[in-house]
Design a protein around this ligand. Structure first.
Ligand code: ATP
Length: 451
């Protein structure tokens, strides 16, 4: 059984929609400010019960695609705090800073290269121009101390990117996993940056998660591996559900490139606040391994099998922000609709593969709770399944639509007799009546084909 319902998308300003999304995320427990009861802390966010599921789903899709489905990529989970020499070798101690200027009148602080976009100064009489200080460098790395005694404690940093330990662990991982060039090492983990202006919800945070792959290749094969990984990563984002209208690739100009980078392409998503990077593909050459060889005094080169010559492999990096991609998924999925008959509904059209809850089991009446709960228990062996007995069925559907649950399984009074339940699909709101014994395979087929 299936019936299509005509819907009209409500046309709203993108930024107003963004505000609605931020409020939904807090209300329904996706993401909200960290330390909220103390007024929050700028640039730090907490993922609630639904947010952590969404994030974990995204991370496991990445891990499956980049690590598990391949013979030539190994996984790693390194510590957040690394030996201080790491950041000297990587160049962060020397150059990981942004030159900033402050307006002496209104106290506004912006990056020096963004002075011209700062708008008028509200605090100066007779002129609207800011009274800028000279540019000063701001250290973007968060500091910490190792050692309980204040005296003699070792100054360390929280990593500003996850990739450096991949380089420092390169030799160990290659030997342990018996890998030959070309091969990669991947990891997902937290990174920290003292961003000057955290903004756009989780888009620019001070604590965030990255999923990075460093793929080690021969120098002569850099260009072809770059294209290969760019295509792979674009395919990943397309499979998540981002189409041409919302995804693009942009090659960085020479003057945008980081000092270690020969070529960089950003994968950008069209957020409500404009096109912005969610992932970078970088040709880092042999810079990282050569620097760590030099600073550690350890030989990180490998032997060419045919010529027996030693060489340092070059690196193609793919680096995606988990939080930024979650935000893109949420922004992309958020829709407000007016249904035929005038009723409004908010629906998150999330790809079922990332949806926090895969199915909700809803008995039509409290009297039917027991047999319905048996179905939920069975499904929970495989998926995150919600069970809800309370309230009007229409309202229960709406609550699931709002958090992106792709399927609702309704157990009604007929189910007692015919052994069937109604499965309602989120987007088209079509309904199928199927045998209870088939619910698991019915959902399995649809969930597995989603990514
Ligand atoms: P941006 O130019 O936006 O600051 P970046 O070029 O410095 O980003 P990279 O160092 O290439 O970013 O990091 C790779 C990925 O890590 C980015 O594409 C982004 O998804 C994520 N990322 C970087 N900084 C942040 C941040 N402050 N908050 C959330 N995610 C971030």
């Amino acid at each position: 059984m299936s019936h299509d319902v005509e819907t009209t998308e409500v046309d709203r300003q993108p930024l107003a929609r963004m505000d609605e999304l931020v409020s939904l995320c807090a209300r329904r427990g996706f993401v909200f400010p960290s330390s909220d009861i103390y007024g929050g802390i700028n640039g730090f966010w907490d993922y609630g019960p639904l947010g952590v599921e969404l994030k974990n789903n995204l991370k496991s899709l990445w891990w499956r695609r980049v690590v598990r489905e391949r013979d030539d990529v190994e996984g790693l989970d390194s510590s957040i705090v690394a030996h201080p020499r790491t950041w000297e070798a990587s160049g962060h101690v020397e150059s990981f800073s942004d030159p900033m200027v402050d307006c002496r009148a209104c106290k506004r602080r912006v990056r020096a290269d963004q002075r011209d976009d700062a708008g008028p100064c509200p605090s100066r009489e007779g002129t609207s121009e800011h009274d800028w200080t000279e540019p000063r460098d701001f250290d973007l790395m968060l500091r910490t101390q190792i050692g309980a005694a204040a005296e003699g404690a070792l100054e360390a940093h929280l990593r500003p990117e996850t990739c450096q330990s991949i380089f420092t662990d390169f030799k160990r991982v290659r030997e342990a996993a018996r890998q030959k060039i070309p091969f990669g090492i991947a990891q997902i983990g937290k990174a920290f940056r003292n961003e000057i202006n955290p903004r756009h919800f989780t888009f620019r945070s001070r604590e965030f998660e990255q999923a990075e792959l460093e793929f080690f290749v021969r120098d002569a094969e850099r260009a072809s591996w770059f294209e290969y990984w760019l295509d792979e990563r674009v395919r990943f984002h397309r499979d998540l559900g981002f189409g041409d209208e919302s995804l693009r690739v942009r090659e960085q100009d020479k003057d945008e490139l980081a000092h270690y980078c020969n070529k960089a392409v950003d994968i950008e998503y069209r957020f409500p606040f404009g096109w912005q990077e969610i992932e970078g593909i970088h040709d880092r050459g042999a810079w990282d391994l050569s620097r760590h060889s030099e600073f550690s005094g350890k030989d990180l080169s490998v032997t060419d099998e045919s010529t027996k010559e030693r060489y340092l492999p070059a690196v193609i990096e793919t680096s995606v922000g988990i939080d930024r991609t979650c935000l893109a998924l949420l922004a992309h999925a958020y829709h407000e609709e007016t249904l035929e008959g005038g009723e409004a509904r908010t629906v998150l059209r999330l790809n079922p593969a990332v949806a926090p809850i895969k199915a909700a089991v809803l008995p039509l009446s409290k009297k039917l709770a027991e047999p319905a709960e048996r179905i939920a228990r069975e499904l929970r062996r495989e998926w995150n399944v919600f069970f809800d007995v309370a309230g009007n069925i229409g309202r229960r559907y709406r609550r699931q639509d709002e958090i992106g649950t792709p399927f609702c399984v309704t157990y009604d009074f007929d189910s007692e007799q015919d052994g069937r339940v109604t499965v309602r699909e989120r987007d088209g709101m079509s309904q199928d009546r199927i045998a209870i014994a088939q619910v698991r395979s019915y959902l399995g087929e649809r969930l597995e084909s989603a990514f």
